[in-house]
Each structure stands twice: as C-alpha cells, then as structure tokens.
Ligand binder design. Sequence first.
Ligand code: ASP
Length: 637
Amino acid sequence: MLDFLGTRQRSNTCGELRAADAGKTVTLMGWVNRRRDHGNLIFLDLRDRYGITQIVLDREISPEGHPKAEHVRPEYVVAAIGKVRLRGADAINPKMETGEIEIAATELLVLNDSKVPPFSPAEPAISNEEVRLKFRYLDLRRPEMAHNIEIRHKIALAVREHLSAQGFYEIETPFLTGSTPEGARDYLVPSRVNPGTFYALPQSPQLFKQILMISGLDKYFQIVRCFRDEDLRADRQPEFTQIDLEMTFPQQDTVFAVVEGFMAAAFAAVGITLPIPFPRITYDEAMRQFGIDKPDLRLPGLTDVRSIFSTEQLQTLAIDPALPVVALRIPKVGELSRKERDDNKPLFETKKGAKYIDDLKRLEKSFPDAVTKLRELTSAEPDDLLVIVAGDAATHISASDTKFEGRLSEREIAVLSAAGNFRVELAKKYADRHGAFAVTEWVVQSAGGKAQLPAPVDPPLVKNEGLLDGSLAFRPLWVTDFPMFEHEPETGSWQPAHHPFTSPHEEDMDRLVSDPASVRARYYDLAMNGLELGSGSIRIHRQDIQQQIFRALGMSEEEAKKRFGFFLEALQYGTPPHGGIALGLDRLVMILAGASSLREVIAFPKTAKAIDLMVDAPSTVRDEQLKELHIRPAARS
Ligand code: ASP
C-alpha cells in the first residue's frame, strides 16, 4: 500500500544533517539505499543526490511505521519524519558525512515502490556497462555519477561566469545547418518541406562564429553540442560538447590568456589551483622532445642520443644513421626480465620503420661507453627503464625524406612517433611503478573529498586558500606552429592540418604554392596529461588569401563557392582579423572527475557503436515517415 504525500515537504536533504542538528524534527525523502532488519529495529539508509542518512524504525517509537518498513525494499521512495539523534559512540560511521547522527522516525510514508533493479545503485562499481546505460536513471542515482554530473555543472558554470566577465556573449548557433569542414562525416537531416535536400548537423559552429566576428559582436562563446559521424573509439562520442569561442583582433597570446583564465577558473571550481600561464612548445619541438603532438609532461621526454654511437657502431646495430636515435626513460620501473621485455613487443609499432633496443645489459657488453653516455645524457637513475629507438636500416618504409629547413622529414617523424607512442604505452603499463599518474589521481580524489590514500608526494600538495596545488598533477601545454598542410600520400594532395580557415604565418605566405610543406599555420592545440583538450587558430580574414588556400588545397573556385559561398561572400564585407579555439568540455570534466571514459561524465552517452541503449536509438521509422521526407524505403530483407 502506497501513501499519499499530502502537503508534506522535505525539510532537509539526505546529506545535510550533522551532530549539531540533534534534537530537530525533520522530514527526509529519498530512495532506500539499503535496509537492515533487526527485528524490533529496522534501519533504512535513505539516499538522495546529496548523500545518505540512516533512518531507524523502532517498533516502539513508530508502531505504524515499523510494519511498513518491513515491506520496504531497495529503491522504494519513502518519506521519514522524526527526530535527529546522536548515534552511540560505537555506531558512529566516520565514512559517512552524516555518520554521527540518525533519524529516529515517528512516521514513514511509502511514496512509491520499485521493481527489483537490475543492479543496485548502492554498489560502487558495476562491471556491466551495457546494463548501466540501458538503465541510466538507476546508474545516475549512484553517488559516483552524481559527483561527475556535479563537477560538470560546476566547470561549465565557472567557464560561463569567467567568459561573461571578460565581455564574451554566449550566442547560440543553429543545429539545422550546412556542412562544416572539421574532417568528419556529417549527420544529415532530410528536409520535409524542401524535397531532396538535407541539413547537416554542425561538426562545430566554425563558420557561424567567424560570421559573428564579421558581424561586429567582438567576443563570442558557446558551450555547444557538436556532431561528428566518426568511427568511435573509447574517448569519442558522436555528439559531444565544446567550449567554443571566437574573438576579434586577437593575437595568439590573446586567445591563450582567455583560455588560461577560464581553465584556472574551472579548476578552482573543483578545488584545484592550475598555475598559469601554460608553457608552450612548437609542433616540431614537441615531435623532437616527445614524439607526439599532445605530450604528457608528467614523465620525462625523449633524449637525442645519436652522439653516443659512432657510425660503425650504428652499422653493426643495423640502425639507419640518417634518422633520429632517441632514448625514452620511464622512471622507477626496475629491471625487466626477458619475458617482461618480450611482453612489451606488441606495444611498439614496427611498421613505422623504427626499431628499439631495451636490453641494455647486452648492449653494454659490446658498447660499454655508449651505455655510460646514454645514462649521462638521459640523467637516468639505476632503476629507470631506458629504451633506445632508432630507424631500422633493414626495413624500408615509403615515407618522404624531403627535409624543409628547420622541419622534420616524414621519415624522421615516423621514428620519433614510434618512440613517442612506445613511451606512452610503457608509461601506462608501468604506472604503478613510476607513480606519476597516481599524483593526478590523488589530487582529483582529494579535491572531491574522496582520497583514502596518503599523498603520493612529499610534502603533500596542499596550498593556501583551500585549493589543492595542481602543478604536478596537471600539466597543460600549448603546442603551436603546426604545419599548415598535411600530405596525403594516397591522393598526392595537400589537406589542411586544422581546417581551411586557418591562417598561414604571414612570413610563409609566399610559399603557399611553391612549397606548401614548409608553410606553418597559426594553429595551436592545448594538450594536458597526454590528451588533446582543444584546438584553434588565428583565421584568414582576407578573401584573396582564403582563395589561395582553397587553390593550394586543390579546390576549384566553383567547388569552394558551392560549399562555402555564403562565407566567401561575407568575407568581402569588411572582415576583421579574428581567431578562436574550441575545447572539449567532456574531456576536461573527465580529467577533473578522474573518470576512465567520456561516458562517465555525460548523462546520456552513446555506446562505442553510437547507440543510445536507454531510448534504443537509432531505430527504424515507419514507411510513411520516410515517404513524407521524400526518402524511398530500402527493401527490407
Ligand atoms: N572548430 C574547431 C574545432 O572544432 C576549433 C577552432 O578552430 O576554433 O576543432
């Protein structure tokens, strides 16, 4: 039998009451997290978004409530009315924020019952993710998920407040629009009223935000959904949220300062200081020092160790002397057995024409001086793992050796990225040994009030004003001066490394056609802890240059007009210099929630197959609907 709520109102949340509240009469409402029946005493742990409070139903105090509690089951919704009372010393639960008190209920209302849930929201870890996604409403009842949602809200709010204070307007741009060139496939929406035509869902608000600058609105931002039909990986979602912004008359530094400002505000909102300004590195340097364009600075980078070997020694080792010879170092891994080293083999990409040496003992037998120098150059401690990565003289990969002044050749990049990716993989594998990632985990957990372990660093990273020092745990880095174009060997064509509205460096402009590979873009990325958090650029604001870029990309005038005609037109009406950036909100929240996947920080995410298991989308539609949309139903088998 269910009770009516009547005019009852909740007086407090389930996370609120403390010892100081003892003696108050309260009304709590929530879900039954757990129930323990001790005969004359029944304990209900009542849960809501704010926490858990213990309710006691004593047959003597509540002769009517007690029998009801006998029938109550987990996930029933109840209201408990009673007095806050201090628990006995032996019953205090220090793990619960409300653990010093309990409610001695005089009345219990059963507001709703529940089917037996497929999993209990009281469990901290549920291994079957499909069930979690199908019953997302139950999953979101878990404190872990509520915490992630709270963090997401706080971050978005901090970003909004910060940008608004800097004079940015939040302006919405359409979802039903034309194609935006971000390099992915579009989601298309058929138009019923315009037979045979389609809208595209925006891959980003790119052209609109540039048009807002042409419109004189000066500073725009939007926390906006973007849609990209890509093959999904663990850290991708078909619809995701960007913190998107654009400004008029900026230099690269102006954009950086704005982003650093809202990033610091976002971190502060979850209790962590993020030191600003962020360090910078050019793309070429990032490749040289880390072999990757989103370096994780929590671990040492690559060291150029070409000089430790003579040319003859390189020959003996079948190392290509024309390519980089670098060492990677993972601290505190300790000596690896032969079996352990063999197990690491699949983590190295041999198809990049590179090879590696990880048996230093053996190397030392033939080349003792080289190993001594290697240890010196890399400042390795005795228990650090050192691996040499170099070009394999025996395998030829088809990559360009062409070298533009100051730039790395494709073949050099191949070797460096083999080393860079191996470094990332080994760092993940030996995370328990080097401990660098544990610092991040600890800071995240402490900020969320959940750290159970002592600080993994000495002294602990606590700073003043109540914020935790995030300087070791979070290592942002601006990566600048990307190449303007990427060469596509299959088609022999040049593609924009970012998107085709990115401005080249003014000094490189005259080489657009004669030497496209050497042209640098005013394109920048923000990396943090090995993840790409965002990308942006200073844009092209002149129509003549925009046309040159389209030409360099092999796009005819007609094609450019057809795809971006409205934009090329707009460019001709006094377009100011402008630039901006977009940062992945989901990814930022994932980092700050210490979550293992984007699905943990999105209320209603899709699976790796782009399916929403809860609403069962995508789904088939009725033939009449298709007809209305002027789409002929495909024959069904
Ligand atoms: N629209 C770009 C992106 O989504 C970001 C930008 O250039 O501002 O990656």
